[in-house]
Write a protein that binds this ligand. Sequence first.
Ligand code: 5RP
Length: 218
Amino acid sequence: MNPTDLEKQAAAQAAAELVESGMRVGLGTGSTVGFLLQALADRSISIECVSTSPQTEQLARSLGLVVHSFSGVDGIGHLDIAIDGADQVDPAGWIIKGGGAAHTREKCVAAAADRFIVIVSHEKLVSRLSAPVPLELLNFGLAATLANLETVQLRDVPPSPDGGIIADWTGDVSDPEALAATLSATPGVIDHGLFAPDMTERVVVAQGTTTRHIMIKG
Ligand code: 5RP
């Protein structure tokens, strides 16, 4: 395994230790989460999960994890903990997610959880966030939404499982709070990949053989 994957695995294993039997657990998306799923399966504890993507759901089920629906009024509405990877984490705890295009579902799952835990290899810690910021856009009025956003590029990937168009903001990210507010207020933007610091309990980061927990809130 390459050094980055070893770090992803170490961070994932450390976060899996935060999960206790009986918990409802939100599962993120991406390669770091792949290591998390294996670590959770290895612990053989009784947990109920919801997934942020078909890929995660398929892998989780193949490892024997129980995955429930997060859709519809009968879906699970509250989670004890959610664990997910990230693309960038800045010193204030602002996070960019959505490299795997699952950021809208990932934000919904993180917001439904008492505790949101982010797991990263050390190169994801950055001194300043930079583009791209992933976007999910409504297909209706897409040309108008793109014109309003100006600095945006469509991503050459299929629509999200919810039918959203995946794109990336390519402009200035020096003020993430202002940018998050602008993107959220733009009609046609379903959601964006900026996660505010108040969403995240901690970032579990691995560097070499050392794993540490950076507390963001609480
Ligand atoms: C998917 C994500 C991922 O968590 C993020 O892109 C990190 O991916 P990886 O663990 O493969 O480095 O936000 O939408």
